[in-house]
Ligand binder design. Structure first.
Ligand code: SF4
Length: 349
C-alpha cells in the first residue's frame, strides 16, 4: 500500500470546504495558519473571516493599531500570536514592499513563524516540498508506524520531521500536507479514531498491536502553577472605571484589565480588607467594596491556573485616569475580563 496515495485519495473524498483552501495567496495562508495554531478549525474560522474582511491585504493589517488587532483577536487566546502577526505584517509591508518571502528558509525568519508554519506556507502557497508536522501529523505517523519516541522530545521532533519529509508526495506537496493534517483531524482522531473504516488499517502498526490509545507518546507537561488574582473593579460616582493596560511582558501584554492584586491564596472578604489597598491607590481614601464571586473563577492556561475573584470597589472620590463604563468593550481584554464585563450588571451600582 502506498501511504501517500491512500492519504491523498482519502483527502479528495473527505476534505472540508474551508476558505483558505481555495487560495494560494500567501497572506491568507499565513493568516489562517497563525490563527489555527493551538486552535480548532471551528473556533478559528470566524476569526479568519473577520481578519480577511477587516484587513483584506497585508498593508491593511500593517496600518491597523496593535490595539485594534488585539481587539479582533480577543477570545482566541495566546495573544503573542496576535502581537507577532501585527509585527510581521508591518515588516512585510514596510521592508518587503508587501511581498511575502517565497521559500521555507526565508519564511522561517518571520517573527511568529516556526518550522510548522513556514512549511505550511511554503508548500501551500509556493508548492515547495516542505513537510508539515503538527499535532495531527504526529498522531497519524506515530500510530501508523508504531513510533514510541515522545513527540515533544528533541529526538522525536527530528525523527517525525525526517519521516514526514520522506513520505511527502513531491509532485503535490500542498495536497499531501493538507491531506495528512485533515486525516489526523477527522479520521485518526485523538479519541475514538475510526479504525474500522480507515483506508490505512492494513498497514497500521498501532491497530495491529492494539496500541491506538497509547500513541502518540508525550513527555509529561511542566507543572501547572496556581495563581490567585484579585481584580479591583473600581467605579466612582460618575460611573468612571479604572481599566489599565498591561505593559508587563507576558501572555496578556498590551491587553486591558482591571487593577490587579495577586495574593498567595484565595482571599475571603476579611482577608481582602487586610490587603494594603491604599498602597496601590493612595489617592483613594473612602470606598466600599463587595465580592462579586464567592467561588473562584478558574481560568486555565497551559502552565497556569488563575483562581480569580472580582472585587467591586465603589469609590467616593472621582477617579483619575479612568474611562467611562460604556467604553469598556472598546478595549482588547483577556476573555476572563471580557466575560465579567458581559455578565456584570453595572446598572446595579
Ligand atoms: S487504523 Fe486507526 S490508528 Fe491506524 S491510521 Fe487508521 S485511524 Fe489511525
Amino acid at each position: 500500500m502506498n501511504f501517500s496515495k491512500e492519504l491523498i485519495d482519502w483527502y479528495s473524498n473527505n476534505k472540508r470546504d474551508l476558505p483558505w483552501r481555495t487560495t494560494q495567496n500567501p497572506y491568507y495562508i499565513w493568516l489562517s495558519e497563525i490563527i489555527l495554531q493551538q486552535t480548532q478549525v471551528k473556533q478559528g474560522l470566524p476569526y479568519y473571516e473577520a481578519f480577511v474582511s477587516k484587513y483584506p491585504t497585508v498593508f491593511d493589517l500593517a496600518n491597523a493599531t496593535e490595539e485594534e488587532v488585539l481587539k479582533l483577536w480577543q477570545g482566541l487566546g495566546y495573544y503573542s500570536r496576535a502581537r507577532n502577526l501585527h509585527f510581521t505584517a508591518k515588516h512585510i509591508a514596510l521592508n518587503l514592499n508587501g511581498i511575502f518571502p517565497n521559500d521555507y528558509k526565508n519564511l522561517l525568519k518571520l517573527k511568529g513563524v516556526g518550522d510548522y508554519t513556514a512549511s505550511a506556507i511554503a508548500s501551500i502557497a509556493f508548492n515547495e516540498v516542505a513537510a508539515v508536522v503538527d499535532g495531527n501529523v504526529y498522531r497519524v505517523l506515530s500510530r501508523y508506524f508504531g513510533i514510541v519516541t515522545p513527540i515533544n522530545s528533541t529526538a522525536g521532533i527530528k525523527e517525525f520531521k525526517t519521516l514526514a519529509s520522506s513520505l511527502i508526495d513531491e509532485t503535490q506537496p500542498a495536497t499531501f500536507n493538507q491531506a495528512i493534517m485533515e486525516f489526523g483531524a477527522r479520521q485518526c482522531k485523538p479519541k475514538n479514531p475510526d479504525c474500522k473504516n480507515c483506508p490505512l488499517q492494513n498497514g497500521c502498526i498501532a491497530l495491529q498491536k492494539n496500541k491506538v490509545d497509547e500513541l502518540p507518546i508525550k513527555l509529561k507537561k511542566t507543572k501547572v502553577t496556581l495563581k490567585y488574582f484579585n481584580f479591583l473593579v473600581c467605579i466612582d460616582k460618575n460611573k468612571n472605571i479604572l481599566f489599565e493596560k498591561r505593559s508587563k511582558k507576558g501572555i496578556w501584554q498590551n491587553m486591558y484589565q482591571f487593577p490587579l492584586i495577586e495574593s498567595d491564596r484565595s482571599l475571603n472578604s476579611e482577608e481582602f480588607h487586610l490587603l494594603n489597598f491604599n498602597k496601590k491607590f493612595p489617592e483613594i481614601s473612602t470606598f466600599e467594596y463587595s465580592l462579586y464571586n464567592e467561588v473562584d473563577i478558574v481560568h486555565k492556561l497551559s502552565h497556569q491556573h488563575l483562581h480569580t475573584k472580582f472585587w467591586i470597589v465603589e469609590v467616593n472620590e472621582l477617579l483619575k485616569k479612568s474611562i467611562r463604563i460604556e467604553d469598556l468593550d472598546k478595549y482588547p481584554s483577556p476573555v476572563l475580563i471580557s466575560d465579567f464585563i458581559d455578565t456584570f450588571n453595572f446598572d446595579s451600582l
